[in-house]
Structure formats: C-alpha cells, structure tokens
Write a protein of this length. Structure first.
Length: 234
C-alpha cells in the first residue's frame, strides 16, 4: 500500500440505491454531490473532496503506526495468540482451503493486526485472499469520520501481510470478538466489533455502538498536526 495508489477516484457511487420519495429533504440537501438525476455518479468536485479527506485520514493513520513500539506490539500479539486454543502460525495457506476458523493477519511494518472469522463455505484461505484482492471504493474509505477512521484491511495488499495465524473451529464467529478484545485497540485494523450477529446488533443498539474508531493522540505531533490541518481545510 502506498499513498500514491490510495484513494483513487471512482465517480460511481457504491452506496445502496435509494429514491427521493424515501427522504426528499436529504435527497435535495446532497443533490449537488451528483451529476445525474439518480444520484449514482458523483461530481468531480465531490470526488476531489472525498479524496482529500481520505488522504488526510491516511496520513493520520500512518503517523499513528510510526508512533507504535514494535516490542509492545509483539508482546500484545503473542499474548492474544497464545490465549486462543489451537491457534498456530500458517506456513502453507493452501492447507486452510475450506477450513472454518479464526484467523489473525499480522502487518509487522505497521505494527497492526486484523482478526477475522469464516465458515467452511468460504474457508480461511479464500477469506484472506478476499482481503488481499478487495478494495474499498472512494466513498467507503472513511468510516465513520475522517478524524477517527481506521484504515480498512482491504486497503492493504498481500505483501503487507507478514504473518498469519489461524485456529480451526466450527464456532469461529463466537470466538471472533473475544479474541479481538484481547488486542490493545492501537494495534488493530478492525473497523467493527466481531461476531456473526453484529449487523443485527447494530440495528438494535445503533451503528455507533459497534464501530471501532482510531485514537490518534499518540501519533507523531508534526505529522498529526499536518494531517489535522488538511482535514480542517477540506
């Protein structure tokens, strides 16, 4: 991943299609963001605005990564890994084809990790490859706010992942959130709490209760100040 290839402009909206009669006030309020009457194609100006916000958030995250201590990250990682029965380092991803379980993707250069879970219909190998080949569109890079958004694991590429750990279990989604909670949040790329029913939970308690955000207080002051300035000017 690099700043030069991050936040590439795509004018097509990736948001779920909706119609003016559902909320006329909101529709009219954001009408100037689109160049078509159906609100599917963004204007050049709105795309540039989204790109500026995304890059400023990228800079905040990179400053945060640079501020983290490698030894502290390794200690936190080992503590979480050893707490999970059956968790082992993956040396041959093909052996996890169709295998249900928990997995941890480690990005040592950034002192970050990502916890995920998958069932047998997808399997650990396919799910990890989906992260490597997936990409968040421009209008989904920031979530929920440019001053607190964590970079998506799908923005990183295969070579950013330096280690993988996995544990075979048919109840992988039950163990996802407990494993995630063992990691200090400054070391995690998860943007939402774990578990199979997280979407249902969000509907009951509100999306803001399941979103995980980044605290940038520990980021390098000069880089953080510059990035925050970019956000205020966007």
């Amino acid at each position: 991943m690099s700043r030069e290839t991050y936040a590439r402009i795509n004018k097509r909206s990736s948001l779920q299609r909706w119609y003016r009669e559902e909320d006329p006030y909101l529709w009219d309020a954001i009408d100037d963001r689109y160049e078509d009457p159906d609100h599917r194609i963004y204007t050049d100006a709105w795309c540039s605005f989204l790109q500026e916000l995304a890059l400023a958030n990228y800079d905040l995250n990179m400053a945060h990564f640079a501020s983290l201590d490698t030894a502290e990250f390794d200690a936190a990682l080992q503590a979480a890994i050893t707490s999970q029965p059956g968790m082992t380092e993956v040396t041959d991803l093909t052996k996890w084809d169709g295998v249900p379980g928990l997995y941890v993707m480690v990005l040592d250069e950034y002192r970050q990790a990502y916890v995920g879970a998958t069932n047998a219909s997808v399997g650990v190998m396919k799910r990890i490859k989906q992260h490597w080949t997936g990409a968040k569109p421009l209008d989904r890079l920031i979530w929920p706010d440019p001053r607190t958004s964590i970079l998506s694991i799908d923005s990183f590429r295969a070579l950013d992942t330096t280690r993988i750990f996995a544990a075979r279990t048919s109840r992988s989604f039950d163990g996802e959130n407990p494993l995630l909670d063992l990691f200090p949040p400054q070391f995690m790329l998860n943007r939402i709490m774990g578990g199979r029913d997280v979407v249902k939970l969000a509907g009951l308690v509100g999306v803001d209760q399941v979103i995980r955000t980044r605290v940038f207080d520990a980021a390098a002051p000069d880089q953080q100040t510059e990035a925050a300035s970019n956000l205020s000017q966007a």
